[in-house]
Design a protein around this ligand. Structure first.
Ligand code: CP
Ligand code: NVA
Length: 327
């Protein structure tokens, strides 16, 4: 049995299988074909932080596959009143088929997974947001931007049937905070041999331990992960421009300081003009217009943020099905 805690837990071909499933499920959903691959299965969803997309996509996804979801908010469960992770994992996993958790320290997820009898899915931790970057990569694939070195015959066939043509090997640029999204993009690049240029203010660099881990994996796939002090250099000529909020959940007290420290890192049309002319803009949302991205970029023709958000639903159906089938 596998847990979905970071992309590092899977081989590129396993991740490609999930992406293929996600694309097939999306195609069938759009054609009105129903699936009941998780009929009668129950997903528990533990939220220790707020969410719009993650909650709606996981809950809608499990229903669409014939199962059902139980929303377990921090306000309701005993875990938030100090019941141990060990006891909670033992109890909850004896009654459910899959568990999704959104939490603070990544070690909470690891601890829960260690004692769970069923697959645990990371719905965001302080360190990683792997379901999100899978939706992001699915969106890049739909835009013809994907690594041609890590594809399968099944994926090629579904792309051909959908009329998706490979247009570019991904050159990604992430500008902003070295947070859970930055870490997850490093892992995505490392797994699929992508080129990723990162620019953050110096004291907001990604976690050095996670960077070291990603660079080690990157060696196996020939990925190129580079760090730049200037956003202009990092964005130059890339196919995909990525950013995220400067103030992640749990950092609300640092709001003013962060807004000032990140000055110069806003993706506006001037910065965007330095990327490849067909580059797409992506953001996991929630976004703050006028901070990490200007309104004309996020609401402009290069933006794919709403396709990216919708793909959370489709890829997570693929991930849940894959985890269940590979138990
Ligand atoms: N992108 C994302 O995870 O959004 P939510 O915080 O709304 O779930
Ligand atoms: N970095 C953000 C992502 C939100 C989906 C956060 O952790 O709040």
């Amino acid at each position: 049995m596998k847990h979905f805690l970071t992309l590092a837990d899977f081989t590129p071909s396993e991740l490609i299988e999930m992406l293929t499933l996600g694309l097939e499920l999306k195609r069938d959903f759009k054609q009105g074909k129903s699936h009941n691959g998780l009929s009668g299965k129950i997903l528990g969803m533990i939220f220790e932080k707020n969410s719009t997309r993650t909650r709606v996509s996981f809950e809608a996804g499990i229903y669409q596959l014939g199962g059902m979801g139980i929303f377990l908010s921090n306000r309701d469960i005993q875990l938030s009143r100090g019941e141990s992770i060990y006891d909670s994992a033992k109890v909850v996993s004896s009654m459910l088929d899959l568990i999704m958790i959104r939490t603070f320290e990544h070690s909470r997820l690891e601890e829960f997974a260690k004692h769970s009898k069923v697959p645990v899915i990371n719905g965001l931790s302080d360190s990683y947001h792997p379901a999100q970057v899978m939706a992001d990569y699915m969106t890049m694939i739909e835009n013809g931007i994907f690594s041609s070195h890590f594809v399968s015959p099944e994926l090629i066939s579904i792309l051909q049937n959908l009329g998706i043509r490979h247009i570019a090997e991904p050159k990604l640029s992430y500008i902003g905070d070295g947070n859970n999204m930055a870490h997850s993009y490093m892992m995505l690049a490392a797994k699929f041999g992508l080129e990723l240029k990162i620019s953050t203010p110096k004291k907001y660099s990604p976690d050095p331990k996670i960077t070291e881990f990603a660079l080690k994996i990157a060696k196996e796939s020939n990925a190129k992960i580079e760090f730049y002090s200037s956003p202009e250099e990092a964005i130059s000529d890339c196919n995909v421009v990525l950013t995220d909020t400067w103030i992640s959940m749990g950092q609300e007290d640092e709001k003013e300081k962060r807004r000032s420290d990140f000055r110069g890192y806003c993706i506006d049309s001037k910065l965007m003009a330095l990327a490849s002319k067909d580059a797409i803009f992506m953001h996991c949302l929630p976004a703050y217009r006028g901070e990490e991205v200007s309104a004309d970029v996020i609401d402009g023709p290069q933006s794919r943020v709403f396709e990216e958000a919708e793909n959370r639903l489709h890829i997570q159906k693929g991930i849940m099905l894959w985890l269940h089938q590979n138990r």
